[in-house]
Design a protein around this ligand. Structure first.
Ligand SMILES: C[S@@+](CC[C@H](N)C(=O)[O-])C[C@H]1O[C@@H](n2cnc3c(N)ncnc32)[C@H](O)[C@@H]1O
Length: 247
């Protein structure tokens, strides 16, 4: 999806690849300040449960090396840093400076030592086989070249390492009408009301619809080098956690 030579999609719009990168940056520049509050409000706090579940499934151990991609304000980074302890490492990484800065400030406030890295997940400036666990929560959807990003995640993982992709997905059919109504009517209004920005939350709703469903993402992960992929549907598939084992 979205990997044609020079056109891709930004929500439902067809745009040039460079334009998409610019507009995704614009979205996260605009929402960075209100990002955490909006997450709580629009998911009724459920994003915390989904992230807690992700951390439980990741089974990060003391001394592990973890890369949190598209880490933003650092929810997963923080939870993983508490697991790896002083002998381990969690790298807090994102392409967007405003989001990365919010996360870095928060990590410092929490007394957590986790270096921040400004990096595009589609071309990671990191060596091969350097991490035990890689995570990407609600980030893959925004990437133009998802196959390339997944291949990069495989490359930096040690053999046997685990990739956790937490992302919006395709909900069970009976939920679809209510979910569509909420996404296209309520979300942009909440965005306008809380963050003064309806457009970014309209993009959120559209980008979710354009993202590969559970089975498609699973097969993309297998192609990228993950020999075994488990899919965990959360909230009836509104969100899915894909767990891939690097082989
Ligand atoms: C919805 S936020 C998720 C933040 C955090 N992981 C969470 O779950 O709260 C999506 C993040 O993906 C980042 N992102 C988008 N494209 C990216 C790319 N190509 N490489 C790395 N990060 C990217 C954005 O800058 C943004 O911070």
């Amino acid at each position: 999806m979205g990997d044609s030579a020079d056109r891709t999609h930004f929500g439902f719009e067809s745009v040039a690849e460079a334009e998409k990168a610019r507009r995704v940056r614009g979205v996260f520049d605009a929402v960075a300040d209100k990002y955490d509050l909006m997450n709580d409000v629009m998911s009724f706090g459920l994003h915390r449960v989904w992230k807690t579940y992700t951390v439980a499934v990741a089974q990060v151990r003391e001394g592990d090396r973890v890369l949190d991609i598209a880490a933003g304000t650092g929810d997963l980074t923080l939870a993983f840093a508490r697991k790896v302890g002083p002998r381990g490492l969690v790298l807090h990484s994102d392409i967007n400076e405003a989001m990365l800065r919010r996360g870095r400030d928060r990590l410092i406030d929490e007394g957590v030592l986790a270096p921040s890295l400004l990096a595009d997940a589609q071309a990671l400036p990191l060596p091969d086989a350097a991490f035990d666990v890689v995570s990407v929560a609600f980030g893959l959807r925004n990437m133009t070249h998802k196959e390339r990003a997944l291949a990069e995640m495989a490359r930096v993982l040690k053999p046997g390492g685990r990739l956790l992709v937490l992302e919006f997905s395709k909900p069970a059919a009976p939920l679809a009408p209510a979910y569509d109504w909420y996404s296209f009517n309520v979300l942009p209004r909440l965005g306008q009301w809380i963050a003064g920005d309806a457009a970014s939350y309209r993009y959120l709703a559209e980008s979710i619809r354009m993202h590969p469903d559970q089975a498609t993402l699973k097969s993309m992960m297998k192609t990228a080098g993950f020999g075994h992929v488990d899919v965990h549907d959360l909230a009836a598939g509104i969100v899915a956690l894909h767990v891939g084992i690097r082989c």
